[in-house]
Design a protein around this ligand. Structure first.
Ligand code: GDP
Length: 358
């Protein structure tokens, strides 16, 4: 994790955590592919790590993909994207009653406008006070659209005929009206003069990856502007279990999102299970090799310690019944184990009651 550049009194920020929501078929999975460059040939993905359940994009990668000038500062070291699109990632990421992710991308199909699950997603975001960016997707489906692969949206739009541009404007206005009807003020991000209050819309095509540079830049440049306090790196471990995974030769492991703090090999931790808290010791911390190192030995990279924010696979005994969505409790030297277990117990009750609520 790089520290923020600039004057000494600036605080170090962690990577913002982003999840993707929207109606079925709006293009969430395909948009995620664009962001992760899943289809890009091995070795050319520029250090993007496909974590377990998450993808980490280092800021250098985003700089390169967006042709960001060297003098433009980015205050965060990267971007962590939750790989599970839809509501599932949401409930899983909810940590300690605070928000589930820092920022959401709500994908809307420009040819269909707001749909049932879009509105459900918006309700969920409102309830949890999570801000969002609208990816107004499938612009390439406007009749006569000429694709311009990976281009920023302004460049892609310039390339279109007057008819296409008119249809684009008309559909955009429709969507803005629909958002308004649902209680949200939205505007095209490059025309948005009140970014703190009016939600940004980024037109995208997940087919030709147009508008993806715009989306990435908003995520790493604008997001820190509006929630800098939330992104200040904090040593207190905040870590949410995404899922339990059986791995050959390793047994049951947990994939977690480390939101804050540092995890070490040898840390005593408590995982929450429906049968109660289970105390164990971290044997190993794993991340997949960055894509460009795919030829490296083994699937995973081993770490003595890992620092937030990133996705981590934890190897330890007794993980098989860990509950998704619960926090991992770290027992520090001098902590009272029973007290820590009581905290874990509260966590179990909280997640169970949240499951009932959802
Ligand atoms: P999800 O259900 O929201 O994850 O949607 P998918 O990503 O699976 O996409 C649904 C369908 O729409 C698939 O057939 C995609 O290929 C297609 N699709 C997604 N995004 C775009 C886009 O930007 N342009 C076009 N033309 N098709 C898209």
């Amino acid at each position: 994790v790089a520290s923020s550049s600039g004057s000494g009194d600036e605080k170090e920020l962690r990577a913002p955590i982003c999840c993707i929501l929207g109606h079925v078929d709006a293009g969430k999975t395909k948009l995620l592919d664009c962001i992760r460059r899943t289809k890009v040939q091995q070795g050319e993905a520029g250090g993007i790590t496909q974590q377990i359940g998450t993808t980490y994009l280092p800021v250098e990668n985003i700089r390169e993909r967006t042709s960001l000038k060297a003098e433009v500062t980015v205050k965060v070291p990267g971007l962590l994207v939750i790989d599970t699109p839809g509501h599932e990632s949401f409930s899983k990421m909810r940590s300690r009653g605070s928000s589930l992710c820092d920022i959401a991308v709500v994908v809307v199909d420009i040819t269909r406008g707001l749909e049932k699950q879009t509105i459900e997603s918006l309700d969920l975001l409102k309830r949890h006070n999570v801000r969002f960016i609208v990816a107004l997707n499938k612009v390439d489906r406007l009749y006569g659209w000429k694709p311009c692969h990976n281009a920023p949206i302004a460049k892609a739009l310039k390339n279109q005929s007057v008819d296409v541009q008119m249809e684009y404007r008309w559909r955009l206005t429709e969507v803005v009206t629909q958002f308004k009807e649902n209680g949200f003020n939205t505007a095209l991000y490059y025309e948005n003069k009140k970014m703190k209050h009016v939600f940004n819309i980024v037109p995208t095509s997940a087919k030709s990856c147009e508008g993806i540079p715009d989306l990435l830049l908003l995520l790493v440049r604008w997001v820190p502007e509006i929630m800098i306090e939330k992104l200040v790196y904090d040593d207190t471990v905040e870590c949410t279990v995404l899922e339990v995974n059986e791995v050959k030769d390793l047994g049951a492991t947990i994939d977690v999102v480390l939101i804050n703090g540092v995890l070490h090999q040898g840390d005593q931790v408590i995982v929450c299970t429906e049968q109660g808290p289970v105390t164990t010791v971290i044997k190993d911390l794993l991340t997949p090799h960055p894509m460009k190192e795919l030829k490296a030995k083994g699937i995973y990279k081993h770490h003595k310690e890992l620092r937030a924010a990133q996705g981590v696979k934890i190897v330890a005994r007794g993980l098989q019944h860990a509950m998704a969505g619960t926090s991992l409790v770290v027992v520090k030297a001098g902590d009272d184990l029973q007290q820590c277990e009581a905290v874990a117990m509260q966590e179990i009750d909280r997640v169970i009651s949240m499951m009932d609520e959802n």
